[in-house]
Design a protein around this ligand. Structure first.
Ligand code: NAD
Ligand code: UGA
Length: 469
């Protein structure tokens, strides 16, 4: 392509990636106009809400950027056709969940939304357009996108250049990750297109942190990055069980092991298993790709990372039943945290969903509190509506929504901490212990609370990765 100075960007998909990513580009590049478009009218209306606490995504630091840029050089709309037609560069930032039917169901990625985005671009784009894959995609998807784009070429001036630019942000720290990335990865086969995207990032990212490569290596690197991160979590979670069996402490082991520079200290926190919309789906996709290429041993290796994760989530509910004398019927458990990690309102694949469902099967009453997750979301995730009128004699499991730690713990038999919110680190145990039934238990799956104090207040304690008996 001819060298290009980008003036207008359109981003398809106003989700957890599209929203924050475009907000940071708008903030750092006031000379560029950015239009984020989505099919979901409610989501777009929420992005345009003047009450900044009602933005569709809770992400520290995001609201102040939206305040600075919205309706200056950052716009949210459902006007997909118009914004694609005006853009020099179109980002595809749509959802790529695991397929739930047909060939590859349960493993392969459902590319339905990516394909429909490519069709929209193919139909409406004018002149030379750079198309950037921001979504996480199976290796070689750029080939499919190119075919779709070119199927609708209108005249000789109308052309497309596909780049891969995977996103590495983590929810809860997205703004910091975007403003100070470890690296920006750009894969492509057209130097001018690569340079056009690179010049945007150069507004705030040092040159040495911008890696350029070919399309397939870029697409695959994103899947492998997530697989490596998830693998570390499964490794430390498997160690947590060894620690509980032997009397070692998983935090002390993680510190000793992680101090070796070759291993590193990050992603060694044992917990209730990894959640979030991506780790599981990306590893399943990797497993699918390995099988597709006949790499059975490689696929079995990555599959094990998911199996250990399922096992870790499952063993927590089992252990709680055991500690509470083998039955949960008629008992109340306070659930602290429902989001898949701290500092986000996202519950996709949250370990809390599976663990709560397993506890409900046992006939327990759950009082769920999370600082950012609302009642409607929990109802949808658990597939069960809230029941405030808990009866001790009821044999069916039920749950109710709480708006504070103390409200959820009142008259409960146990507290189960599932998300690492700061608020749970600072719990003052005496009033909580006083409000609970005895014997009172605290199960800390995130190793965050002051358990010595809880013990002094007369509580029985269990923490992941250590044996207190
Ligand atoms: P999301 O579900 O929050 O947002 C996707 C949005 O795309 C939705 O609002 C949906 O309505 C919209 N959409 C789908 N098809 C559309 C179309 N044809 N036209 C207009 N809008 C359309 O998803 P997300 O969490 O932002 O993830 C997006 C991609 O980024 C995924 O591939 C994911 O794997 C990847 N990713 C996610 C994260 C993360 O932290 N969530 C981090 C890195 C990469
Ligand atoms: C993860 C990656 O960290 C991002 O780099 C990537 O861009 C993103 O996936 C994606 O592709 O979607 P995210 O899922 O938002 O980001 O959050 P993480 O901080 O990675 O946490 C994922 C899960 O692992 C959470 O449930 C978290 O509690 C758990 N975790 C994380 C642990 O159990 N232990 C740890 O040490 C770290």
């Amino acid at each position: 392509m001819t060298s290009k100075n980008i003036k207008k960007i359109c981003c398809i998909g106003a989700g957890y990636v599209g929203g924050p990513t475009m907000a940071v580009i708008a903030d750092r590049c006031p000379q560029i106009e950015i239009n984020v478009v989505d099919l979901n009218e409610k989501r777009i209306a929420d992005w345009n809400n003047n009450d900044f606490s009602k933005l569709p995504i809770f992400e520290p630091g995001l609201d102040s950027i939206i305040k600075r840029c919205r309706n200056k050089n950052l716009f949210f709309s459902t006007d997909i056709e118009k914004q694609i037609s005006l853009a020099d560069m179109v980002f595809i930032s749509v959802n790529t969940p695991t397929k739930n039917k047909g060939i590859g169901a349960g493993q392969a990625v459902d590319l339905k939304w990516v394909e429909s985005s490519a069709r929209q671009i193919s139909k409406y784009a004018k002149g030379e357009t750079i198309v950037v894959e921001k979504s996480t995609l199976p290796v070689k998807t750029a080939e499919t996108i190119k075919k779709i784009l070119l199927s609708n070429k209108k005249d000789s001036g109308n052309n497309f250049y596909v780049l891969s630019n995977p996103e590495f942000l983590a929810e809860g720290t997205a703004i910091n990750n975007l403003e100070n990335p470890d690296r920006v990865l750009i894969g492509g086969d057209d130097e001018n297109a690569i340079n056009a995207l690179k010049s945007i990032y150069l507004n705030w990212v040092p040159k040495t942190k911008i890696l350029t490569t070919d399309l397939w290596s870029s697409e695959l690197s994103k899947l492998i990055s997530n697989a490596f991160l998830a693998q570390r979590i499964s490794s430390i979670n498997s160690v947590s069980a060894i620690c509980e069996a032997t009397g070692a402490d998983v935090n002390k082991v993680a510190l000793a092991v992680g101090t070796d520079k070759r291993i590193g200290k990050y992603f060694l926190n044992s917990g209730p298993g990894f959640g979030g919309s991506c780790f599981k789906k990306d590893i399943l996709n990797l497993v699918y790709i390995c099988n597709f290429y006949g790499l059975k041993e490689v696929s079995a290796y990555w599959q094990k990372v998911i199996e250990i994760n399922n096992w870790q989530q499952n063993r927590i509910s089992k252990l709680i039943v055991e500690k509470l004398f083998g039955t949960l019927s008629g008992k109340k458990i306070a659930i602290l945290g429902f989001a898949f990690k701290g500092n986000t309102n996202d519950t996709r694949e949250s370990p809390a969903i599976k663990i709560c469902k397993e506890l409900l099967e046992e006939g327990v009453n759950l009082a769920i509190y999370d600082p950012q997750v609302n009642k409607k979301q929990i109802e949808s995730d658990l597939g069960q509506i809230e029941n405030k009128n808990i009866s001790i004699s009821a044999s069916e499991g039920s749950w109710s929504f709480s708006s504070s730690i103390i409200e959820s713990s009142k008259n409960s038999d146990a507290i189960l901490i599932l998300t690492e919110w700061d608020e749970f680190r600072d719990i003052r145990w005496q009033p909580i212990a006083d409000s609970m039934k005895k014997p009172a238990w605290v199960f800390d799956t995130r190793c965050i609370t002051n358990l010595d104090e809880a013990k002094r207040c007369g509580m029985n304690i269990w923490r992941i990765g250590i044996n207190y008996e």
